[in-house]
Design a protein around this ligand. Sequence first.
Ligand code: F0G
Length: 369
Amino acid sequence: QLLDYSGVWRYRELILPAPENYVVSRPEGNTGLYPVGIENCGAGRAGHRQIGLYAGLERLFLKHEGENPSGSFKDRGMTVGVTMAHLLGAKAVACASTGNTSASLASYAAQAGMRGIVFLPAGNVVAGKLAQSLAYGAEVVQIKGDFDDAMELVEQVCNELGIYLLNSLNPFRVEGQKAIGFEILQQLDWQAPDWLVLPAGNLGNTSAIGKAFRQAYQLSLINHMPRIASIQAAGANPFYLSFTQNFARRESVRAHTVASAIKIGNPVSYTRARRVIEESDGIVEQVSDDEILAAKAIIDRAGIGCEPASAATLAGIRKLVARGVIKHDEQVVGVLTGNLLKDSSTGIPPVNDVVVEATMDAVRSLLSK
Ligand code: F0G
């Protein structure tokens, strides 16, 4: 059956039992779970082992959601969100975005033959992501302001103009993103890891993966809830600030970080994500831009690669291991949320501009240096 090829619709009984002919799917999911720990990386993977050494963990896996069709985990939620829009007869869908949600929305709206409208903070979306939205034919509205301004505006626009909103405020987006959690558990033969670590911006993914684990636990598919660690960029850390006060206050900040995907100061899924951290005995950590770029270099050089925001995962794992919060022998799954190709400007070495003659001599002397 066609739907069984999708790493989202395969779990449709736990997500949305939609009639098959309404489903808008590329298909998505079925992404790699890379064993990269010092012990579990296996022979012949000296490169991947560097990641385990950097993290300080024996058993570490990286789940690469950048391997989804539009290059980020957003496709998992978008297939369900756009399917719901289709079921409801919506003609137009919209979102605010730092670039990945918009690329995904543009792709699925195009597939469904709907109008896709994306609200982007002008000058704050990297070229590759903007190009995807344009190429897939979305209407791009650039806002003078940051993501948080765009988010506030798109809610008003959707209410007033009757457009279907597809940010993670939309519960069906969250339902789809739960499939990341289910797929990880299935790849681990339903043996829950000790920790699940992921980057956190608008907090939809923290909410979604936490909900998946809660459901899997309630259904006795796993015998314990993994602890969830949400990692924020230090310059975009409202959730971290709230966490350090035992969630006594909801914070917001003016966001600044090199990881443009998570440059968010007032996350919309705060309440759901807070519940996930509390009930999973989880933690929120922050990492600096330098720590993010150092971790990205490790993931890139290992031949896996990811966009900057995703590297917050490894930076956070390393920090939590160093702090003794995550123990060396615990099993950890880190989520890489976006593809290396999404952002080819940040944290990538400059091209060597030496051009040599097309002769054996020239190459020999170049490579022997
Ligand atoms: N990593 C990447 C690559 C992202 O694009 C995002 C969010 C996150 C992590 C954070 O996930 O918001 O669920 O906490 N990107 C959104 C966007 C905001 O518009 O593409 P979150």
